[in-house]
Design a protein. Structure first.
Length: 71
């Protein structure tokens, strides 16, 4: 069975082991978690549980605490 990742569009080949399956899979390209339900080799439902992680450059910059002066 082949599906397309709802987050990045990558084609994912699940193989025959997922012909009757209900649960989560992880896209090997973007890391998104997809919730799937399949029956008799056909996709019945799909939803993104968690989107792909942010790129390192898009992630929030670390917050720096102001230096504490000691007297």
């Amino acid at each position: 069975m082949k599906i397309i990742c709802l987050s990045c569009g990558h084609k994912v080949d699940l193989g025959d082991a997922y012909d009757d399956y209900a649960g989560q899979i992880k896209c090997s390209t973007c890391g998104a978690i997809l919730e799937l339900k399949t029956e008799a080799g056909g996709l019945k439902a799909a939803a993104v549980t968690r989107e792909r992680p942010l790129e390192a450059s898009a992630a929030a910059a670390p917050v720096h605490e102001p230096a504490v002066r000691r007297y």
